[in-house]
Design a protein. Structure first.
Length: 237
């Protein structure tokens, strides 16, 4: 099967290299590269989750020759969820399951922080606070100038996202989070149970919002367990 990974706000595909190594031969790991960063830095960033999900949905059709499982961290969890909804509405090639990490459930009230409206210094301060980007990179003015447009676009997309009522997922969801993540508490992540008619499971790890970066092997083991569970036939009565 294929594990398709969706990055966080400001993130890029190489963030998931350690996960690919940890998953090993259990699945082929693909990571989505959003426009506006790295090799796609000349493209304008998407500024809404709907636009991003629509574009990913269209592109992923070329990869449906194998069963798919989606993994998304933070903003990527919402993108993965919305791509799954689109595939489900289309009626074929539905993912076997969705793994959401470090993100409260879409059904919960939004928390208005308006980070995307801050100045450049405020955006970079948020990256430092999240502790998901190497501090040395944030001291490099050229790197900062390069990442600011996509970072602002990502924050605008996730902060203006509102969950639309409609059919929920028919595939299982597994929620992962760090026990010290104030923006994705255990209770907030557990509310993803409301977004599937299938099974839901929770895994809690030590750490904050970027708990994954400190324990990729453990996260990889959890993902391998999910792949096995998602591939198991579900009995019907």
């Amino acid at each position: 099967m294929r594990l398709v990974c969706f990055p966080h706000a400001g993130g890029a595909a190489p963030f998931y290299h350690p996960l690919a190594a940890a998953v090993g031969e259990a699945a082929e790991v693909l990571a989505v590269q959003y426009p506006g960063r790295q090799d796609r830095r000349d493209e304008p960033a998407c500024v809404s989750i709907a636009e991003l999900a629509d574009r990913v949905h269209d592109e992923i059709q070329a990869w449906t020759d194998r069963p798919l499982v989606f993994f998304g961290h933070s903003m990527g969890a919402v993108v993965g969820y919305e791509v799954t909804r689109r595939m489900q509405r289309q009626g074929d090639h539905n993912p076997l399951g969705l793994i959401v990490s470090g993100r409260r459930a879409p059904c919960l009230p939004s928390v208005e922080r308006n980070i995307h409206l801050r100045g450049d210094v405020g955006l970079i301060d948020e990256l430092r606070r999240q502790n998901g980007t190497a501090a040395s990179l944030l001291e490099d003015e050229e790197v900062v100038r390069m990442i600011l447009p996509s970072l602002r676009g990502d924050y605008r997309a996730i902060e203006t996202y509102r969950h639309q009522e409609g059919p929920e997922l028919t595939c299982p969801i597994t929620g992962l989070t760090g026990d010290e993540d104030p923006g994705a508490t255990v209770e907030q992540v557990a509310a993803w149970e409301n977004h599937t008619h299938a099974a839901f499971e929770m895994r809690v790890f030590p750490g904050g919002h970027f708990y994954l970066s400190e324990q990729w092997d453990a996260v990889g083991a959890a993902v391998r367990d999910c792949l096995t569970a998602f591939a198991r036939p579900v009995a019907t009565y």
